[in-house]
Design a protein around this ligand. Structure first.
Ligand code: PLP
Length: 458
């Protein structure tokens, strides 16, 4: 019998989480206007709202917190981080920022202008936001397989090269500041991009003289999938794989709240000196001096260690396999989930789970609420409420998929917690025929309504 994988760490400090009764949760979710964002953290038993900034730091990272250098300029913590980023990515220039969207804000201020187009694979919300805010357009060139929840394609984050080349042929070169490849692709469910695809995208970008930038929040998880799924990389280390894919690009933005294994932070890394100089000005304006960019010295030190830990195979195996463990349990229990499983989250398919609840009554939200009531578990709706209304007609936009995302924080929960989540969902699934009604909106903001929407039970 093969030995199973096990976490390559043991626990030195624990944080209590509170159990509650179903009656308490019924009361709390009602008081929260059936919006899971309105719950306080102590009303939640297992919090799967996001994997962003929710991970656990190691003893080595906490040790760095104690020796952080808080000098305004030239802090030694900055040099620790810069050297680590250069060593892991191969990029020459480095700028710290306070989180991922801040890195986008700084870099795009230097590169994107009104009327531009930015092709990529399912741009993340904030990436798209920072492009559209500058009156430019994000063009999605993801492969079609990504939009079918039962298609087992191993790299559903891949860019469709024909779609990308069409963009390059349709728009003048001066209006395409860069192509952005998100690894792993968050918006298509934490799905990876193959090395082969990255190489081909890079070659196409070079042919047309377009820069290639990586949105790298989960780059280490992407490297893990390449090692597991692309034969040529089976014997390479995660660090070798990451360095190779970065070598095909011109720069990267990073949300360190994911694969940086810290609670807050971000950065930009680049090869081009001119772009670096331009970005430096915006970094000083928006973030802070170039040797801290909105980060504490101690946080830069912890990030330097976190990046090294996140690119170790044993850590990644236990991380990605824990997500798959939850997915596999759900499959065993017959619960409909998106496949293949993503690197950071499992997505419940609410169209198949609760088809009796009308779409107009927000079935994915109804399922997320039920999971909270039954188990004290907080996920998040990725469906009609998130999709907002059409800006012109003000009608609901019904996306093809109604999903509930269960994002797993890094190094935080045990497989017993995953088992608990799976059983809660099994119990809901067994009584799904009884669920016939959902919710109606009683108050909402004109955009990004999901954060503040108020709902009432029908
Ligand atoms: C989280 C994320 C961002 C934004 O980063 P923040 O740190 O939340 O500002 C950008 N791109 C991707 C792919 C992300 O997952």
């Amino acid at each position: 019998m093969n030995l199973p994988y096990a976490e390559p760490y043991k626990i030195k400090m624990v944080e209590a989480i509170k159990r509650s009764t179903k009656n308490q949760r019924l009361q709390w979710i009602k008081e929260a206007n059936y919006n899971l964002f309105n719950l306080t953290s102590d009303q939640v038993f297992i919090d799967l709202l996001t994997d962003s900034g929710t991970g656990a730091m190691s003893d080595h990272q906490w040790a760095e917190m104690m020796i952080g250098d808080e000098s305004y300029a030239g802090s030694s913590s900055y040099f620790k981080l810069k050297n680590t980023v250069q060593r892991l990515t191969g990029f020459t220039y480095f700028l710290p920022t306070h989180q991922g969207r801040a890195a986008e804000n700084v870099l795009f201020s230097a590169l994107v202008k009104a009327g531009d187009v930015v092709p990529g694979n399912s741009h993340f919300d904030t990436t798209k936001g920072h492009i559209e805010f500058r009156q430019a357009k994000a063009i999605d060139c993801t492969i079609d397989e990504a939009f079918d929840t039962s298609n087992l394609h191993p790299f559903k984050g891949n860019v469709n090269l024909n779609k990308l080349e069409t963009v390059f042929k349709t728009y003048p070169k001066e209006t395409i500041p860069f192509c952005i490849v998100t690894i792993t692709c968050n918006s298509s469910g934490g799905q990876p991009v193959a090395m082969e695809n990255i190489k081909a995208v890079s070659a196409l970008c070079k042919k047309y003289g377009i820069l290639l930038i990586f949105d790298s929040a989960r780059f280490a998880e992407n490297a893990y999938f390449i090692k597991k799924r692309e034969a040529a990389y089976r014997n390479k280390t995660i660090k070798e794989i990451a360095k190779e894919f970065f070598s095909y690009g011109d720069g990267m933005t990073m949300s360190s709240k994911k694969d940086g294994l810290v609670n807050m932070g971000g950065f930009i890394a680049l090869n081009d000196e001119e772009i670096y100089k331009k970005a430096t000005t915006f970094n000083i304006m928006f973030e802070g001096f170039i040797t801290y960019g909105g980060m504490n010295g101690r946080d830069m030190g912890a990030l330097a260690v976190g990046l090294d830990e996140a690119t170790e195979f044993d850590y990644l195996e236990s991380r990605v396999e824990q997500v798959a463990y939850l997915g596999q349990k759900l499959v065993e229990y017959g619960v409909p989930v998106q496949k293949p499983f993503g690197g950071h989250a499992i997505f419940l398919d609410a169209n198949k789970f609760v088809p009796n609840i009308p779409r107009e009554e927000y079935r994915a939200q109804a399922l997320a609420i039920e999971l909270y009531i039954v188990g004290g578990i907080r996920g998040v709706e990725i469906g009609t409420i998130l999709a907002d209304r059409d800006p012109k007609t003000r009608q609901n936009r019904y996306p093809d998929l109604e999903l509930v995302r269960l994002a797993i924080p890094r190094r935080v929960y045990s497989n017993n917690h995953m088992e608990y989540v799976a059983v809660a969902l099994k119990n809901i699934y067994e009584t799904r025929q009884e669920a016939k009604h959902g919710y109606k909106i009683i108050e909402e903001a004109p955009i990004m309504r999901h954060f503040t929407v108020k709902l009432e039970k029908i």
